[in-house]
Design a protein around this ligand. Structure first.
Ligand SMILES: Nc1ncnc2c1ncn2[C@@H]1O[C@H](COP(=O)(O)OP(=O)(O)O)[C@@H](O)[C@H]1O
Ligand SMILES: [Mg+2]
Length: 438
């Protein structure tokens, strides 16, 4: 990959509040344009945005009031291109070192939108910020799909959870009797057994009658014994057989079965209740099993989401997307400090267009000296150039803008120092940024 493009030199005349400002910004890290309010600091950034971003970024009052000369902007880029806006119409010319001319299209290829207009990111909605980050890390579609699945499983589980509660309550309300058979007892079986016994008893009665009849006959035959000797002998023989038959007869009792028949309805009612209860318990358990299964699915989807984001190359440690919102160290945008917001925005602007090596930052006074120091370290570590404004005339400033120009006596000339832009020299020397800081 070719080196990211930076701003090597800058000359502005008669743009907004600027009379004349010439700068050679620091290649890596902060170039701080200091000064009091209304002196032209932001006008410098506006001029850069206009020159590099196109007429979309043209300030409404681009020409300096009171100047007879039109705006004149010259920006030399680190790839050798000279970008100029000058003349009555402030027309753009882009020239390479061989004198070849280009247009806005070439600039658009490597000038990041957020790099020249960070407020556009800073003031975007939470959702837009998250979408921008997901675009940077390239996992937006997959994350959306996982989030949809999570929502589906969550609402399905919620419905099943309500069914579990209902079914468990219903099962608990049903009575249950200990020590009974699993299946209802059949009454017809008992009745059949009773009928068999009654039949056998009827047979016994018949046999008894037969015996009595024969006895009667014997008495009759005795009377006719002479005449009916043969018949009497036969009858005697028959009688012997009949007597033998009658010898081992006994009658069975049906009392127990009668009792069982009386009890069977009550018994079966209880057994059916037990069956209902077992069925209700089983249904409640099945619903609870389904609920647990959905919980596992939900946990797996959430883990997939985490893994997707953890596996993506995030532009800043601690920066991620949670529930569709961008978070930094677990905090949503409105809970980040101004400094953190600036850092997050800068990191995203950087990641969004890797060929753009610079970013314009307005109002850096929201960073205290310590944070400014760490931020500068982070910029340098990432090879990023930042041109920033700050309401301050302290030693952390690279130049001081005063009445639309550079304050001539700043920085105070000491041995070895040069007039004009130079690396910032804050009271505490800049130190290296460590991963996880901010
Ligand atoms: N075209 C212009 N010509 C002259 N002065 C202007 C023009 N446009 C804005 N200003 C003045 O410039 C001042 C703001 O400049 P700005 O660069 O935002 O200052 P700073 O960022 O240093 O506070 C305001 O006082 C405004 O009236
Ligand atoms: Mg300003």
């Amino acid at each position: 990959m070719t080196d990211p493009i930076k701003i090597s030199a800058l000359q502005l005349e008669n743009v907004k509040r600027v009379r004349a400002v010439a700068l050679t910004p620091t290649e890596n890290g902060l170039t701080i344009l200091g000064g009091r309010n209304g002196q032209g600091k932001t006008s410098v950034l506006d001029a850069i945005a206009w020159a590099l971003g196109g007429d979309r970024y043209k300030p409404t009052g681009a020409a300096r009031e009171g100047s007879v000369l039109p705006p004149d902007i010259r920006i030399t880029l680190s790839n050798g291109l000279l970008v100029e806006r000058k003349g009555k119409n402030s027309s753009l010319t882009v020239t390479d070192p061989e004198g070849k001319r280009y247009g806005q299209k070439l600039l658009d290829a490597f000038v990041g939108t957020f790099a020249i207009d960070l407020p556009r990111f800073l003031h975007a909605s939470d959702k837009e910020k998250a979408e921008t980050l997901l675009r940077v890390i390239g996992v937006g579609d997959q994350l959306k799909e996982l989030e949809h699945k999570c929502e589906d499983v969550y609402s399905h589980r919620h419905a099943v959870g309500q069914i579990v509660t209902q079914k468990e309550a219903h099962a608990k309300e049903l009575p249950f009797h200990e020590g009974l058979p699993e299946e209802p007892v059949s009454a017809s079986d008992l009745i059949r057994r009773q009928q068999d016994i009654l039949l056998r008893n009827a047979e016994n009665a018949r046999k008894r009658a037969r015996k009595a009849e024969l006895e009667q006959r014997r008495i009759d035959l005795d009377k006719q014994i002479a005449r009916l000797m043969n018949e009497a002998n036969q009858v005697v023989a028959d009688l012997k057989v009949a007597e033998m038959d009658a010898l081992d007869l006994y009658d069975e009792s049906t009392a127990e079965l009668e009792q069982n028949i009386r009890d069977v309805d009550m018994l079966n009612a209880k057994i059916r209740q037990n069956l209902d209860r077992r069925r209700a318990d089983a249904e409640a358990k099945a619903a609870a099993d389904q609920y647990n299964d959905l919980t596992n699915q939900l946990e797996k989807l959430r883990a997939d989401k985490r893994a997707l984001l953890d596996g993506a190359a995030l532009p800043l440690p601690g920066l991620t997307v949670e529930n569709g919102c961008l978070t930094y160290k677990g905090h949503r945008w409105d809970c980040m400090s101004g400094a953190e917001q600036l850092i997050v925005g800068t990191a995203i602007a950087r990641a969004l267009n890797p060929s753009c090596g610079f970013v314009l930052l307005d109002k850096l006074e929201q960073l205290d000296a310590h944070t400014l120091n760490i931020f500068n370290g982070w910029l340098m570590q990432h090879g990023l150039q930042a041109i920033a404004t700050r309401v301050s005339t302290g030693s952390e400033c690279t130049v001081i803008i005063e009445d639309g120009g550079l304050r001539p006596d700043f920085p105070p000339i000491t041995e070895g120092s040069q007039q004009g832009a130079r690396a910032p020299e804050p009271s505490t020397p800049f130190r290296t940024w460590k991963a996880g800081e901010f």
